[in-house]
Write a protein that binds this ligand. Sequence first.
Ligand SMILES: Nc1ncnc2c1ncn2[C@@H]1O[C@H](COP(=O)(O)OP(=O)(O)OP(=O)(O)O)[C@@H](O)[C@H]1O
Ligand SMILES: [Mg+2]
Length: 557
Amino acid sequence: MKPRRPLRSLATRASLQVFILSLFCVIFVTTWQLIVEYRDEKDRVTDQMNGLKDSLTDVVARSLWIYDEDQLRTILHGLKSLDYVSHAQIEDNDLMRIRIGREVPDAIKISVPIYAPNKSQNKDLIGRLHIESNLSSLREKVLTRILSTFASNFVLIMLISAITIFIFQLQVTRPLNHLSQFAKKIQLSNSSLPPIHASASKGDEIAQVYHALAVMHGNIQADYQTILKAEEELKLYKNDLETLVEERTEKLNQTTKNLIDSSRKAGMAEVAIGVLHNIGNVLTGANVRVEKLKNRIDEDEVLINLRSGLNLLEEKRGNLDHYLKHDRRGEKLLDFLEASVEKLLNDHEELKETIRLQRLDLGTISSIINKQQEQAKFTGLVENIDFAACIDDVLSLYAHEINRQQILIEKDFEAEIIVTSDRHKILQIVGNLLSNAIQASSWAGWEQTREKRNARVISLSLKEELGTIIFAVRDTGIGISEEQKPYIFRYGYTTKKDGHGFGLHSSALDARLLGGSLQYASEGFETGSIFYLTLPLFKAPITKGFKSTPNAGIELS
Ligand SMILES: Nc1ncnc2c1ncn2[C@@H]1O[C@H](COP(=O)(O)OP(=O)(O)OP(=O)(O)O)[C@@H](O)[C@H]1O
Ligand SMILES: [Mg+2]
């Protein structure tokens, strides 16, 4: 933690600043005064020396003319007695000098020519008077004077600063201290305010802050009371809310349970529809066969014929030998009986064959149920799946239908493609695509020519590309027209008599849930079509919200 700086009061700081400023001013003014006074003093001394020169020239000329040395010395002493004259000297033409004082280089110097005191026009130079004033003593004098002024000024500003501190303390610092105490109380308390300081009534800036703080405090108090009240109410609501939340949670749990039940039932219904769909296909064949057999038995007269033959033999029982050998009808009766038995044997054989086929169908139905039950076990699990084996499983479910329709299956699978995904969903998608392809290939109008019947091929291909697998189902069936294209993924859209219209819809949804997509292509009616299922090798997280789009299955909305 940073050490706190010692507190210096506002008054001390302000006064210190006033003091420093005043000091600078005094120094500046004193220096300026020093320069001006020195210059004035110099001018004054120079003027005085010039005045001396004028008044003394005649006296010195007379004394020098008669060379009255005593008089000359008296004049020089008189000069020296003046405080600003430091050196005086009189010299005549013979370089005879009388001087007083010491000559210094730093001085104001006046040199006056002395002429003979006669009245003639031509003046004769008889000597010179030199007067000097020592500048350094002049400076000292001025400096001493200025220093004393500076000392008195300094004392004055010290006094002014002290007074400023005092006034500042009185007018600003003290009210400010009260103000900060006032603010601190507001900060800490939620009760009554401290009394407002006397200065608050003066209407100055601090008073305005006081009043603003007081109003603020009032507002805070009001808000605080409101908050307390709201808190009370909130407590009440909280209890109600807790009860409400409990009730709603209970309801929600119940709804979720119902929803799970419903989806489980829906799932079971889906599985049941799949089973029924496949079993339905097998049963259709079996029904046709049984119907045919029934019609045949209904139409068959062999038993009636046998009965009438036997009746005839009964009638002729006493004369049987003659009837069989000599009666024209009797002769034909044996052949007729023989043909009827032959036919009966044939019918028997056919019946046996029909029963064999029906048993086969029953076996297929039970294997469909077994397979479907096996798949149902894996619902919702993500696991490693051999995709090719999965396709083979689906093919075995539809084997009967494929054989019945005489459809050629072509396979082009890349080896060992393992997908981490939901087996049940994959089986459903592949099953839907395959059953659509079978149905598209066995379209009634398609079978009219032998050539087209022979061209029924479903090609299945499986390959891996950049972390995804592409499974394609191509058929040579009815194809998809331009008008159909916008609708084929739409829930409930079907062009089939017994269709439901949810195979492609649910497949596209499942593909999206597995992180992949379902797409198709077809050049139009009677040109066949191809469906592509694209899945990631690893299952992507499940996404929500879908919308149906043509060609590209179902997209995220
Ligand atoms: N391979 C295909 N060739 C031609 N048309 C197809 C093919 N697959 C689907 N369709 C068209 O798309 C429609 C919708 O197919 P979808 O599988 O969703 O339902 P469905 O097969 O009619 O009924 P179900 O719900 O019993 O499967 C079909 O009715 C058909 O018109
Ligand atoms: Mg379908």
